[in-house]
Ligand binder design. Sequence first.
Ligand code: FAD
Length: 717
Amino acid sequence: MIEMTLYGRGGQGGVTLAKLIAMAWFSRGKQAQAFGVYAAERSGAPIQAYVRIDDEEITNHNQIREPDHVIVLDTTLIGESILAGAHAGGWIILNTPKPPSSFAAFRGRRVAAVDATSIATRHGLGTRTVPIVNTAMLGAVARTFGFSFDEVLALLEDRGYRGKNIDAAKEAFDSVATAQLDGEPLVVKPARNLAATTGLLDPGLGGRPAIHTGSWATRRPERRTLTPPCNAVCPAGNDVQGFIAAAARGDYDRALAVLLETSPFPGVCGRVCPAPCMGTCNRNAFDEGVNVREIERFVADSAHWPDPVLPWRRERIAVVGSGPAGLSAAYHLARSGYHVALYEGSNELGGVLRNGIPDYRLPKDVLDREIGFLLMHGVIAYVDSFVNASALEEIKERYDAVFMATGLQLARSLQAGPAMQGIAFLDRVHRHDVTLNGQHIVVAGGGNTAIDAARSALRLGARSVRILYRRTRADMPAIDEEINAALEEGVILDELALPERIDGSHLNCVRVILGDPDESGRRAPIADPSTRFAVDCDQLILALGQEPDRSIAGNTNVYFGGDFSTNEGTVAAAITSGRKAAEQIRARLSALPASGERAEGRVSGTGTAIATAIATIGDLHLNLFRHAPRQRGPALPPEDRRHNFLEVHTGLADASLEAQRCFSCGVCNTCDRCRDHCPDGILTRVGDDYRFDYDYCKGCGICASECPRGVVVMAEI
Ligand code: FAD
């Protein structure tokens, strides 16, 4: 950016000259800005004007403090004070009858001199006491900066100038003298206060303003921090805004560090989380919500994973069950320094992440990476270690605390004849222990298990796959995108249908009508016996939901979590329940209070305590954002993916562009707009904070209206 300061007197046309200079560059395709600083000064009072030129959009509207070039329209203003803040390498362009070399104060600088007063007077511009020198100065400025006179002519004619103005510009263009003066340049510090307008009462140029305009104000700007809606709804308790802000800067290591504060599973959640953050994203009301899930996945897959923390405390904790809840608890306890032993009944770690969610959604190397990371924290895992009631008693004796997260082990059934349980079927799929070539498969249910069983059946060569669901699609608990993916792949969805009995290679079914809402709040399905029908069925898979095995519940001094104790049924909720249990255990063992959740002021990725109110779309200034389509990342076409277990979504090539779409609702991301738009320059940035100089703040509110994210607001005083 090029910045110029013009010094002149009221009536000489200094502000017009600034605008003409800006237009000259604008004609060459540059962005340009020009404005004057003057108020009620009478003719002859000192004024300043400013010009900015850049290739990019110019967002800084402050007065110029350290100009590259200085232009003086009035001979009486020439002095050392015009060097205030001026860069030594720029031009000093003077209205003077003297040659450049006669200005010792400007030694070591490039000086241009033109006798604009004589030229203007000769051409009858203005009066003898206040000649209008601007067009003559334009000629000299244009020549100094390498413009042709044809460009000057076109500019002036376009603005309606004729005759004497053009003659004056031409004479100055031809007569300006330039020189590089010898010597060490005199450096003069910038005026201390940007707000310095040179009013009638000011003794000199560039000093502090004489008037404390802060006393005029009836309101003043203040900064606040709101909770972004994504942070408010994240079931894993992640600082979504915080990690996205880091990703937007391309700092993926920092983004990963923010995620690992709350969850050991960014790569897992970056693939399978239903992502309520995306549903509540304020950007949905503008174009499309930010693709948080894909950004999280990219961060997990591309950032450098940090070194683990090893146990340093004396106490030992047992965790039973290695699904996301147990693993999360183990991770957070280990990070707090405890020795953790993990007991898992099956022969592999991961719970449903391992034996339920198929590879086409969650490749096992991603799961292995993240489990491997948490084991590196000194967690000792025992597989094939089913813990029954008596084993639990023994464990309680040996450990300082026990956390149980054994998930949902009891599958609901239906007396329809021979059928396979969906969760057992998926476990067999994971163990490569089943094929369905040419078979007609019917899946009963509407949750994630039903959808994953159906999509896996297709991939194992089933001839047809039909889901029977007793309510409508809108009521299905499965993730909506997964239902869509299943339908794209060719799964048939039969709504309002109940299986009754298997009859050879057919399944007899009955239609359902919906009655009054039941205890779940959804309308109760009622079989309508008059609407019997049959579908082809070689194998029925039941995915009607699961329940916890409560035979070991009720044990004192044992913490319970995950699907076992909540019915939220998501990986992210299981992660949070493990983290909360770890916090409670730590609080009990170390007699520390458990750290507060988000609403009580959790620490964000930028290290700022987050306040409570949730940022709404009304808090934002949408006019300051540009529309940009959501980056989705490629997916395998349905016809290619239905024959194999390759991962369907292949991820973004880079996440920073998508992360830059984040509004950062209610959280300052130091965009500087408040500072840059303050007309009085009373805002100073100190690190990631901004200070207002209320002595000089008139309370105009421009900073608040220029803050895109609702952080700066005006408060009555
Ligand atoms: P689990 O993951 O069930 O883990 C429990 C662990 O405890 C198991 O490893 C089990 O072997 C072990 N165990 C049980 N009893 C004992 C015992 N007595 N002794 C020792 N070990 C024991 N959620 C999402 O967010 N997104 C999805 O896309 C998604 N898809 C899903 C697909 C399917 C097919 C299923 C079934 C669920 C899906 N969910 C999804 C839900 C999510 O997986 C669960 O909410 C989550 O796994 C619950 O975690 P958990 O740790 O409580 O239990």
